[in-house]
Design a binder for this molecule. Sequence first.
Ligand SMILES: Nc1ncnc2c1ncn2[C@@H]1O[C@H](COP(=O)(O)OP(=O)(O)OP(=O)(O)O)[C@@H](O)[C@H]1O
Ligand SMILES: [Mg+2]
Length: 158
Amino acid sequence: MIERRCASDTATQRAGEQFARVLRPGDIVLLSGHLGAGKTTFTKGVATGLGVLERVTSPTFTMVREHECHNDAGIRTLQHCDVYRVESLAEVLDLDLAELAEESAVVVIEWGELAESLFGREVLRVDIEIGDDEARTLRVDGSIDEPRRSALKEWANA
Ligand SMILES: Nc1ncnc2c1ncn2[C@@H]1O[C@H](COP(=O)(O)OP(=O)(O)OP(=O)(O)O)[C@@H](O)[C@H]1O
Ligand SMILES: [Mg+2]
């Protein structure tokens, strides 16, 4: 299990920023964790790591926010989704997130476990567990090939 403890919200943001280094175009990242666990906080860090210049806010009511990226990884767009309020999986299907990911994008989905069955291909999963006070434990699993595993082990120990 690849896990990283984050003692504060800035630590979670930094974890997201460094997590961005393991991402490749087409990746789908499913974030899970209770209300207020830090899914949006983590995504803000990912956005910074991908070179998003604009401010990233919670997409709770819009479901998807698209951000232009500036990086050397070939990732042109960050699709930041939140499916907490979806009424049915059909609504998520309409967003065509897998299709969005194909186009040099990375898709990050808050409450992603609710939509997991929609993705035929492998995804990355990041679960955020709330600990004492401000502590969070981030756990990563899913579609992890060997190069990515070693990068993630470094990430876990950073
Ligand atoms: N270690 C930590 N990591 C992340 N957030 C933390 C941490 N400690 C405290 N916080 C606080 O917890 C809150 C996390 O909010 P955030 O919006 O990121 O959670 P979320 O999982 O996206 O919530 P929601 O389920 O409503 O979408 C923030 O207010 C943040 O300051
Ligand atoms: Mg959120």
